[in-house]
Design a protein. Structure first.
Ligand code: ATP
Ligand code: MG
Length: 244
């Protein structure tokens, strides 16, 4: 199987060399566990190997992302100029269709890697719901319709989640979909469904031992791959994340 290396040797070793190409992997963990940094490392690794990547963020500013990457020596702006990367900050939810914009950018960039930071926010803002309903309405009426629905009161359904994962899978990118969970949650995502819809799940967490906090990574699922289910220590170095 053709695989996309993550740039984190210890992680690649756990998953048979990398993430199977065109799979969507849920990267989940509570706040500050390293989801954003790991996903930027994945895109940086791809870009230097001349595999263009798209980073989609719903909540962080462009400057914060660029300077965070800079701390590890990753010059994202240079990669952008070379057409190997794009940081897409979704600024409004009052848009025709965020999924359509992602599709268009992937096509233009010839992106082979994609990060959505985060799937949780994307689902919660009803972007997916609007897109799905708009598509269904357009199909029925035979003309493009944009359906907008009050965000309050809409619960994310299994149908919404499978819809977005299916749309992302159609892009033919190897994708990291970031999922936010509460610190001591027994689930792998807040919606408790995303982990089933994705091809793989990587969990980041911390553990307290004798007053010290340790960062841990575990691969909970990776379709088509023999996975070593372990809790591997994860560290930040000046060059990025390492997994031991
Ligand atoms: N240069 C660095 N060296 C060491 N650790 C760092 C460095 N930069 C950030 N960190 C650590 O990484 C943590 C944040 O990582 P990251 O932003 O990837 O987490 P996250 O899981 O995306 O968090 P959130 O859910 O809040 O978005 C910080 O809390 C900090 O402890
Ligand atoms: Mg983050």
């Amino acid at each position: 199987m053709d695989r996309a290396t993550t740039g984190i040797k210890g992680l690649d070793k756990l998953i048979g060399g990398g993430i199977p190409r065109n799979h969507s992997v849920l990267l989940t963990g509570s706040c500050g566990t390293g989801k954003t940094i790991l996903s930027l490392q994945f895109l940086h690794q791809g870009a230097v190997a001349r595999e263009p990547g798209l980073y989609v963020t719903f909540e962080e500013s462009r400057d914060k992302i660029l300077s965070q990457a800079c701390e590890f020596g990753w010059d994202l702006e240079k990669l952008e100029r070379e057409g190997l990367l794009e940081v897409y900050v979704v600024e409004t939810f009052d848009m025709e269709d965020v999924l359509e914009s992602i599709k268009e950018k992937v096509r233009k960039l010839k992106a082979r890697r994609l990060v959505i930071d985060s799937l949780t926010v994307m689902l919660e803002h009803g972007v997916v719901y609007h897109s799905r309903i708009s598509k269904e309405m357009s199909a029925v009426s035979g003309e493009k319709r944009v359906f907008k629905f009050p965000e309050e009161g809409h619960n994310i359904t299994r149908k919404d989640i499978y819809f977005v994962v299916k749309e992302i899978n159609k892009l033919n990118t190897t994708s990291l979909l970031i999922s936010e969970v509460a610190e001591k949650s027994e689930y792998l995502s807040r919606d408790t469904i995303s982990e089933f819809a994705c091809d793989g799940v990587i969990l980041l967490r911390t553990s307290e031992l004798g007053g010290e906090i340790e960062r841990l990574l575990s691969v909970r699922k990776m379709r088509g791959t023999e996975v070593q289910i372990t809790l591997s220590p994860m560290k930040f170095t000046k060059d990025g994340i390492i997994v031991e």
